[in-house]
Ligand binder design. Structure first.
Ligand code: DGP
Length: 113
């Protein structure tokens, strides 16, 4: 299988501004930010979409949520941030490697577009 764009970023074959790295995940700034803070948090494991995750992925999915909170806090927005997962092309997913968008730094209205 060809590597996804995010696997290439994880493997440092494509440059990105990394803000966090650990055994299970990597976070970097979105190239086209939709908010003053817009970070993508991706598991090292190339799960294409959230709906492709299985019971074996429960620990890594929990780790992503907890890590997202820590990253938001480290960015100075621990009390007001939004996590978004686009699942599938019709829901706006364009890179088929599971990722959490961490958005903060401006008022975030509801419902999202
Ligand atoms: P989604 O549409 O949910 O699949 O989000 C994909 C995000 O990836 C989108 O907000 C833009 C971002 N993105 C696309 N290409 C690159 C890239 O080469 N570098 C970085 N840092 N972000 C990228």
């Amino acid at each position: 299988m060809a590597k996804t764009l995010f696997e290439k970023i994880i493997d440092k074959e494509i440059p990105a501004t990394l803000v966090h790295e650990d055994e299970y995940c990597v976070a970097f700034r979105d190239i086209n930010p939709g908010a003053p803070v817009h970070i993508l948090l991706v598991p090292r494991k190339p799960i294409p979409r959230l709906c492709d995750a299985g019971a074996d992925d429960q620990a890594v999915l929990g780790h992503l949520m907890l890590t997202a909170s820590k990253i938001a806090a480290a960015e100075g927005h621990g009390e007001a941030y939004r996590l978004v997962v686009n699942n599938g092309a019709e829901a706006g997913q364009s890179v088929f490697h599971l990722h959490l968008h961490i958005l903060a730094g401006r008022p975030l209205h509801w419902p999202p577009g």
